[in-house]
Design a protein around this ligand. Structure first.
Ligand code: G
Ligand code: G
Ligand code: MN
Ligand code: NA
Length: 261
């Protein structure tokens, strides 16, 4: 339909833009960074969410140049936050960028990432690449090699939507990941008080396992203070969700970070 024909040229027409959602430290509430979330301002349909066009972009191969564009814009934005702050008085704000499975198998991933970091003067430790758990299930060494190279350079790799992919937990040791992003469904089950005791045990177990493997735990979809408090008590490190802020323009993130600095 219409989206399919408009998508290939949307990048050249400058119709994509990025919103940023803060990542907040659960211990002290400070803003530590943001996740970049791409949107398409379609001339007829208005703002389209990634669910509407990422699968299409993956199918048509546009995801490779689009993903590269998102990475470059986001890393440039991280540099701009740093400069606006006159160095790193806020502590460096880190940037999380989502990677599609197709980008993992594209041979240019490591080189593109290195070049973008060099061009922008952003250090690898300010970047976190998010890969879904399902993309890495059963991953062979060829698929893991580029992620391993990036991890060795100091780029963080996060396992996104963790807990939905039924991966073998022992498998985690094999993956070059340093962050688990706990799926929103766990956060939703913390809505009632007291939360479901089985879900509490599951999250407690995941956090213990993650920490024993030196992985940080980020929780997604935090919508209430009660959820944040419960997840903080369970030992989660970082949180993201509407309770803190919806995805929004880059200047707002800088303001949020300044306010609580
Ligand atoms: O922004 P929203 O909450 O609607 O995001 C929906 C989904 O789109 C999320 O799963 C998110 O990971 C994915 N997404 C957002 N931006 C990007 C992107 O730049 N690349 C890829 N591959 N996925 C993205
Ligand atoms: O799949 P991924 O987790 O990368 O994408 C994040 C998605 O979750 C985005 O579509 C974003 O808009 C959405 N999101 C972010 N915070 C919340 C929240 O607090 N509640 C809900 N329901 N969705 C959220
Ligand atoms: Mn994500
Ligand atoms: Na996610």
């Amino acid at each position: 339909h219409g989206l399919t024909t408009a998508l290939p040229t949307a990048l050249d027409r400058g119709e994509f833009f990025i919103e940023y959602q803060p990542l907040v430290h659960l211990g002290d509430g400070s803003v530590r960074g943001a996740e970049a979330l791409v949107r398409w301002l379609h001339p007829q349909h208005g703002v389209l969410s990634p669910d509407r066009f990422i699968p299409l972009a993956e199918h048509t191969g546009l995801i490779v140049p689009l993903g590269r564009w998102v990475l470059e814009q986001s890393v440039r934005q991280a540099r701009a936050w740093r400069d606006a702050n006159g160095g790193d008085a806020l502590g460096p704000l880190r940037i999380n960028v989502n990677l599609s499975p197709c980008q993992l198998t594209h041979p240019g991933l490591v080189q593109d990432t290195v070049e973008i970091l060099e061009r922008t003067g952003v250090t690898p430790d300010a970047l976190c690449l998010e890969v879904t758990e399902s993309a890495l299930i059963g991953a062979d060494d060829d698929l893991l090699k580029p992620l391993r190279r990036l991890a060795e350079m100091g780029v963080d790799i996060a396992l996104d939507d963790f807990g939905t992919g039924y991966s073998n937990l022992a498998n985690l040791r094999r993956l070059p990941v340093s962050v688990l992003k706990l799926d929103r469904s766990f956060t939703q089950s913390m809505q009632q008080f007291p939360a479901d005791p089985v879900d509490l045990k599951i999250v407690e177990g995941i956090v213990a396992l993650a920490h024993s493997l030196d992985l940080a735990v980020t929780v997604e979809g935090v919508e209430t203070g009660a959820q944040a408090e419960q997840l903080r008590i369970l030992g989660c490190d970082t949180a993201q969700g509407w309770y803190y802020a919806r995805p929004g323009p880059p200047d707002r993130l800088h303001d949020l970070a300044l306010v609580d600095a």
